[in-house]
Design a protein around this ligand. Structure first.
Ligand SMILES: [Ca+2]
Length: 665
């Protein structure tokens, strides 16, 4: 693996093979796909279309995401670390998705107005922008600068989404037998946009943001695609890992060793083994244990799950091929920068959401709800350690394929310099000849964290544009400076690795090199402080969220992130005062129950399926949610409030900050 030294600097003009018109952009994002799932990164899954892009373009070997859906999308679309724009939490705030500086953040965070998305930068240069697929950002698509959008917001149903929008307008729910499959539909929408572009706007460049929801859980795929892989994975996860690792080494993509399986690591929000056995299948397995230790029935069940995962990627590749064929038909393929990344590593999550799991349903069908689990997730992330949401390499390392025949001379070439999804926006702006604005709506625009990768695209020996890369998600942390990486799991000490020799993070050098640990920790802390400053700079004198005082008698004002969220229900008009009165009446009892459950920060939600209250949630402990869901108190709360609620007529999500609406203080 090459180190990032050898200084070199190339202007854009040197990269461009010809003085072509402004390039089009096709940015393809996979969801929860592992580093070695696709063929051109060592996978056995058939991905001829992506492989063809790689063989005619570049593959980055050390490219990073932020280890989670919403945080990566924040970086992919803005060029900033998600923490700087309140789309992920900072250290020393609660773990979880919500709450920072007394305002929502993380998955529900709202960007500062200076943090614009790529279409806003491209528009003045004449670009039209199209979005097809997953969103998972704050705000709507058209206000962000997209001219067309298909937004799939139901992440629990590949065959019959209930919540999806076209051009920010709700579409009717899809009936389960309609023949809809989201991966195909998302590509159909992209093709529709491209056809319209060719018809009406052929003189203008375009940006198509193609964000697939595959292979995110639930594992749901077309039966014909699953059949291709039905028996492929019976040999087990260790063997698949070894095979992938061999191919990766032969391709020159990784060096060093293969990490060990880590059966003790799994998401804290997963169902327990007993719950999985009862609710999913007696053959479900909750840990990355040795394949040999499984029963034949367990092996068959697990192999089927991986077959569905493979089928989802197989289909994503076919649909990508259809979009590429459309570019070809338009004569646009050569001058379109095509990029392909995954938003985080493969997922070990095993939970139930949406319509839940019907154990009688065919695995992979609409009524099944399966998660890949840690065994196969480890294989999908070969050769790296750990999974989605961790900051070890398995969580954050992604393929990056770049294809642009008009602009990149190299073919079938590797790029070894580290890069990060924050680099995509600055790189694409560089190639499109777009300068970032100094200010937006009177707010100064800070320099992006991302850097242009154009010099590296030109020449693999070009210097890395980054002094360091910074990571933090769900309490896990990391920083990379040169070949050195300091990484720590939540609440655990730092580990130190030299990724040049040990990309799979197996030889912890922290004890033998305390000076290096100190130096890297300083770099991590410095960046964390800078991100904290950015995240707060446009907020009006906001204090850090005060700790909730459970003894504050009937004073919900002491619960700054207490929110009411409803999809199908909302408060009846004019009932704000009545709500406050009723809430205060039940507050002492409610707060005691919450305190007794050991909960500090919490939210109350209304069930989008049944329209009943379902949760009081500590932001960091979803298991506690389940316990409280069943309590009599919750039923009582709902009975207390039901008559001042009504069905939300347009069925759009409603999030009401109670502090603002109901508590004037
Ligand atoms: Ca994801």
């Amino acid at each position: 693996m090459k180190r990032f030294i050898a200084p070199a600097c190339f202007a854009l003009a040197n990269l461009l093979a010809t003085a072509a018109p402004r390039p089009n952009i096709l940015l393809i994002v996979a969801d929860d796909m592992g580093y070695s799932d696709i063929g051109c990164y060592g996978g056995e899954i058939q991905t001829p279309n992506l492989d063809r892009l790689a063989s005619n373009g570049l593959r980055f070997t050390q490219f990073y995401n932020t280890s989670r859906c919403w945080s990566s999308r924040a970086s992919i679309l803005t060029g900033y670390y998600p923490q700087a724009i309140r789309r992920d939490l900072l250290p020393e705030t609660e773990r979880g998705e919500y709450g920072m500086f007394g305002t929502v953040s993380g998955a529900n965070g709202v960007r500062p107005r200076w943090a614009q998305m790529l279409p806003a930068f491209l528009k003045p240069q004449g670009y039209r922008s199209y979005h097809s697929g997953k969103w998972h950002m704050d705000g709507d698509r058209l206000p962000a600068g997209f001219d067309r959008s298909y937004s799939l917001e139901d992440h629990n149903r590949f065959f019959s989404p209930e919540n999806h929008l076209e051009d920010d307008v709700k579409l009717p729910p899809v009936s389960p037998d309609s023949g809809y499959y989201s991966t195909t539909y998302i590509a159909d929408h992209a093709i529709k946009c491209l056809k319209e572009h060719a018809e009406k706007h052929a003189d203008r460049p375009f940006f198509e943001y193609l964000a697939f929801t595959a292979p995110h859980f639930p594992l749901q795929a077309l039966p014909g695609d699953i059949a291709i892989y039905r028996d492929r994975y019976l040999e087990g996860w260790e063997k698949i890992r070894n095979e992938r690792f061999d191919r990766l080494r032969k391709m020159g993509i990784v060096e060093g060793g293969l990490s060990p399986m880590e059966p003790e690591v799994f998401p804290r929000w997963n169902l327990t083994q007993a719950e999985q056995a009862a609710q999913v299948s007696p053959h479900e397995v909750a840990r990355a244990v040795a394949w040999d230790s499984l029963t034949p029935e367990q092996r068959r069940f697990q192999a089927t799950k991986m077959a569905i995962h493979a089928a989802m990627i197989h289909r994503m590749d076919i649909e990508t091929g259809r979009v590429l064929a459309q570019l070809e038909a338009m004569g646009a393929l050569d001058n379109t920068i095509v990029m392909f990344v995954s938003d985080n590593g493969a997922s070990p999550e095993q939970i139930l959401r949406g319509g839940g799991h019907d154990p009688a349903a065919e695995p992979g069908s609409a009524r099944s709800y399966l998660g890949l689990g840690a065994g196969w997730s480890t294989a999908a992330n070969t050769p790296f350690r750990l999974h989605k949401s961790w900051t070890h390499e398995g969580g954050i390392r992604t393929p990056l394929v770049v294809h642009w025949p008009s602009g990149i001379k190299d073919r079938n070439a590797l790029r070894h310099q580290p890069g990060h999804v924050v680099d995509l926006v600055p790189t694409l702006m560089d190639l499109a000849g777009v300068e970032p604005p100094d200010s937006v709506e009177g707010l100064k625009v800070p320099a992006m964290h991302g850097k242009s990768l154009v010099p590296v695209m030109k020449d693999d020996t070009a210097k890395s544009p980054h002094d360091s890369l910074w990571f933090y998600h769900d309490g896990h942390r990391g920083v990379r400076v040169g070949d050195w990486k300091l990484v720590g799991k939540y609440g655990q000490p730092w580990e130190l690795y030299n990724l040049h020799e040990d990309c799979s993070e197996t030889r912890n050098l922290a004890e033998s090199n305390p000076t290096k640990v100190m130096k890297l920790e300083r770099a991590w802390l410095k960046e964390a402080e800078e991100l904290r400053r950015l995240a707060q700079q446009d907020l009006p004198a906001v204090q850090a969220a005060p700790a909730v005082d459970p003894n504050a008698k009937g004073k919900p004002a002491a619960t700054p992130d207490f929110t009411l969220s409803a999809n199908k229900l909302q408060l009846k008009p004019g009932q704000g005062e009545e709500y406050k009165k009723r809430h205060d009446a039940i507050w002492p009892e409610l707060s005691k129950a919450i305190r007794d459950a050991g909960i500090r920060d919490y939210s109350i939600f209304l069930d989008e399926e049944t329209g009943t209250l379902f949760a009081v949630q500590k932001v960091a402990a979803q298991n506690t949610t389940a316990e409280l869901r069943k309590t009599e108190l919750m039923k009582k709360w709902w009975a207390h409030m039901a008559d001042i609620m009504e069905v939300n007529p347009d069925n759009s999500p409603v999030r009401v900050p109670l502090k603002q609406v109901f508590h004037q203080d």
